[in-house]
Ligand binder design. Structure first.
Ligand SMILES: [Zn+2]
Length: 251
């Protein structure tokens, strides 16, 4: 009987201990959730989104059959995206008007502002006017040891290869690309959903954050050129991009 009581007491203690443990885990999870929400609500902790309108200034990019330059489409779409994303994040534009910005300046600005992600906006250009579709690219970094300095005449020039820094973000850049693809698949586009490619992208090599390039359809296609002049269409595109960005950040 004593033994039976001892066993019951022991089980009861185990149960009590188990319940305490569960309670502690639940409290910790709640606090973690609270901390997360509080961090997001604090304006100083807002995510930093870098929006990069392609081309600019004397670099016009591609042109539509009617003469619409790619640089103009990129900036128009970027401003619309800035307007939506800026409601819940701090947005940094690599250019806000029609002027030229080098690739190094774009990457430097993004890294200096410690962006949480980088999205570069472009349009496609084809040799024929019938080719169409939209695509998302993330970087396939150069095949080098990131810790190895570049050398000239036996002397190291840099302690770190900045053109390899995207190495460490390959997985998250791929996740960002997939998040955008899922979101863009929801709206009426040149094709049902964008293709996602991993390819060497010089623009992305030096970015110390998840980074993608979005090519929003072929400007050389007459129908697409008209769409890129349509504010409603550009707004729906910006909405889809913003949804993909926030889906990536929240997950
Ligand atoms: Zn371009």
């Amino acid at each position: 009987m004593r033994k039976h009581l001892t066993i019951n007491k022991c089980c009861s203690l185990h149960r009590h201990g188990l319940l305490m443990l569960i309670a502690v885990i639940v409290v910790c999870l709640c606090l973690a959730g609270f901390e997360g929400r509080r961090a997001f609500a604090d304006s100083s902790a807002l995510p930093v989104i870098i929006i990069d309108p392609g081309h600019g200034g004397s670099d016009r990019g591609a042109a539509g059959p009617g003469g619409l330059p790619e640089k103009q489409v990129c900036l128009d779409l970027a401003r619309r995206l800035q307007g939506i994303v800026g409601q819940k994040a701090r947005v940094v534009m690599t250019r806000s008007e029609d002027y030229g910005v080098s690739l190094v300046q774009r990457a430097s600005l993004a890294n200096h502002n410690q962006g949480d992600l980088f999205i570069s906006l472009h349009t496609g250009a084809g040799f024929t006017r019938t080719i169409n579709g939209h695509s998302i690219y993330y970087d396939l970094p150069p095949d080098r040891d990131p810790g190895q300095g570049s050398s000239a005449g036996g002397k190291d020039l840099l302690p770190l290869q900045w053109d390899c820094v995207q190495h460490g973000h390959a997985m998250s850049s791929a996740r960002l690309a997939q998040s955008l693809r899922a979101s863009l698949a929801q709206i009426s586009m040149p094709s049902a959903e964008p293709d996602v490619f991993q390819a060497p992208m010089v623009l992305l090599h030096g970015l110390d954050m998840p980074a993608v390039i979005y090519e929003a359809g072929y400007l050389t296609h007459p129908t697409m050129e008209k769409r890129f002049e349509d504010a409603q269409y550009l707004d729906s595109l910006a909405q889809a991009l913003a949804a993909g960005i926030f889906d990536f950040i929240q997950n």
